[in-house]
Write a protein that binds this ligand. Structure first.
Ligand code: DHB
Ligand code: FE
Length: 300
């Protein structure tokens, strides 16, 4: 059986990809940011999962105003780094896990999360920068990655509550996969940031740290934060943090923090990073599958 072994939350600031690619991670500006990932890199070397379900958002690279999926899952064999205007980053292609991805897609859709299925796409900084921060610059990424893209760019993004529930459904999907696989769920994006308009540069340390606190233990208060609070307190791009709630929901009832890092400034934002382990990974049964749609479960 597959199992979820840990969750990682991290910002995915594009400037950090540039700093890593240009060997500037030791510069005065970048050193305090990169050093906050050292503990996690060592820990990951010892606890390397077989597969990462990497929750991120595309920033008008694979999708644009022509198509805006709310939740999309990558079921392909591999994904190339996107050209975001300066040519694709020279990092390895990302290898997918089609068997697990299709199983998760089927389980989620029968659980009434209407996923978009993607077989071909390029992946931008939202996905490649977290891999760089946590694995450095290997010739090949050390495990397989299932991209899970969330629309947080064009209003309306999904609610925090829906994201948390999707995380729980991902845990049910992983737990029902027959192969013996260790799976981590990563939630990326955030923290408070606004990239344009009169409030550009907004950073809210206090709110960001309240959010980090809320990922730990048994509380589920973060799932009830409304969009308007993200907008008011964390700027127009802070809504990216709902993606962390998919990771948190997937870890089940109770979590423990193994590592926490928060630093200002990082480009126009604060960098936040946390490593979490499930303590009691129980997730509620599917309201759909366990109920009147039990016949669907039999098909999985
Ligand atoms: C920036 C861009 C992002 O996508 C993000 O999540 C954080 C910061 C930036 O351009 O600074
Ligand atoms: Fe982003």
């Amino acid at each position: 059986m597959a199992r979820i072994t840990a969750g990682i939350a991290t910002s995915h600031v594009p400037l950090l990809g540039v700093a890593a690619d240009q060997n500037k991670s030791g510069d005065d500006y970048f050193a305090p940011i990169f050093s906050g990932y050292e503990w996690s890199r060592k820990w990951l070397a010892d606890t390397l999962p077989d597969v990462i379900v990497l929750v991120y958002n595309d920033h008008a690279s694979a999708f644009d105003m022509k198509i805006i999926p709310t939740f999309a899952i990558g079921c392909g064999e591999s994904y190339a780094p996107a050209d975001e205007g300066w040519g694709p980053r020279e990092v390895p292609d990302v290898e997918g896990h089609p068997d697990l991805a299709w199983h998760i897609a089927q389980s989620l859709i029968l659980d009434e999360f209407d996923m978009t299925i993607i077989n071909e796409m390029d992946v931008d900084h939202g996905l490649t920068v977290p891999l760089t921060m946590l694995f450095g610059a290997p010739d090949k990424w050390p495990c397989k990655v299932i991209p899970l893209a969330v629309n947080v760019v064009t209003y309306p993004p999904p609610s925090g509550n829906r994201c948390w529930a999707l995380g729980e459904a991902i845990a049910r999907a992983v737990n029902s996969f027959n192969d013996d696989l260790d799976v981590q769920v990563w939630g990326t994006g955030g923290m408070s940031h606004q990239l344009q308009g009169p409030r550009a540069g907004l950073i809210n340390r206090e709110w960001d740290n309240m959010f980090l606190d809320g990922l730990v233990g048994t509380t589920d208060k973060l799932r009830h934060i409304p969009h308007i609070e993200y907008l008011r307190e964390t700027g127009s791009e802070g809504i990216e943090m709902v993606m962390w709630l998919i990771m948190r929901g997937a870890l089940g009832r109770e979590t423990k923090a193994l590592h926490r890092h928060y630093h200002v400034p990082c480009s126009n934002t604060a960098i936040g990073h946390m490593v979490l382990e499930p303590v009691d990974g129980t997730v509620p049964p599917s309201p759909t599958i366990e109920g009147k749609n039990a016949a669907a479960q039999a098909m999985i």
